[in-house]
Design a binder for this molecule. Structure first.
Ligand SMILES: C[S@@+](CC[C@H](N)C(=O)[O-])C[C@H]1O[C@@H](n2cnc3c(N)ncnc32)[C@H](O)[C@@H]1O
Length: 242
């Protein structure tokens, strides 16, 4: 089992997400607007999909708590910033946690251009997910992470991230995490970390019931697993905190 605190793990993650020799590939994999597969429309659709899913599960209208006046939003792994861009009109403070400085800079660029009113805090994760605890200054009302947990180096690392999220989220928060689920299909089962550079796209997956239990163990209250897609083994987990 990979230890989320090890220097070696962080160095390998950075090789892929920050220092990849093919910068076009890195930007495409990080979902940058206007790069690779990401036409403006496709890029916008990522964040709009996240808002739609949150709305579907938690309700559409103010004064529902998730759209209250000044929510604090945290995204783990913002990449090219589509989710934060879509959530910015609902928020005053946005946090983005990423292992790539370049991805944080791209998110910041997009937000500064289109939502100058929001207060964006970029948090560069160096080694251990727990570093984030002291960098987030308010309880989090909206947490999102899409297309990121599958890139974690191990299931334990994802559990470590969930524990941090459980500590940062406010009571009554809303959360949405996209995972790859493990149903025995070898393409999507978790891979040995030694293969990370080659297989980072499908590095880690979870049995759905095991992920539900990890959320509970982190002090979160999962409310739904939905949009289960058996073609690419994606599923969405919505949670709150009691
Ligand atoms: C596929 S992109 C997803 C971007 C965005 N969430 C979206 O859905 O468009 C993956 C992002 O996760 C980041 N990432 C990968 N491993 C990470 C880790 N251990 N902690 C934080 N961010 C990570 C990458 O740098 C990249 O920004």
């Amino acid at each position: 089992m990979t230890d989320s605190r090890s220097d070696e793990v962080s160095a390998t993650l950075r090789k892929v997400w920050e220092e990849h020799t093919d910068e076009s590939y890195r930007r495409d994999q990080s979902h940058w607007k206007g790069q690779g597969r990401w036409s403006d429309e496709k890029w916008e659709a990522v964040g709009q999909g996240t808002v739609k899913r949150l709305t579907r599960i938690f309700g559409p209208h103010r004064p529902h708590p998730w759209l209250r006046a000044a929510p604090v939003v945290l995204e783990w792994g913002p990449g090219g910033g589509s989710n934060l861009h879509a959530l910015a009109p609902h928020a005053t403070v946005l946090y983005g946690v990423d292992i790539s400085q370049q991805n944080l800079q791209e998110t910041e660029r997009v937000l500064r251009m289109q939502h100058p009113q929001v207060d964006f805090h970029a948090i560069l994760l160096r080694e251990n997910p727990a570093e984030v605890l002291e960098r987030v200054l308010q309880p989090v009302d909206i947490f999102v992470s899409t297309a990121v947990f599958q890139h974690f180096p191990s299931q334990q690392y994802g559990a470590d991230v969930l524990n941090v999220v459980g500590r940062l989220c406010a009571k009554g928060c809303v959360g949405l995490i996209q995972i790859r689920f493990d149903n025995g299909n070898p393409k999507y089962t978790s891979k040995d970390f030694a293969e990370y550079e080659r297989l980072h796209i499908t590095a880690t997956s979870y049995e759905l019931s095991a992920f539900w239990d990890l959320c509970r163990a982190a002090g979160l209250r999962p409310v739904s697993i939905f949009d289960i897609n058996t073609t690419n083994n994606y599923a969405y987990v919505a949670f709150t905190k009691g």
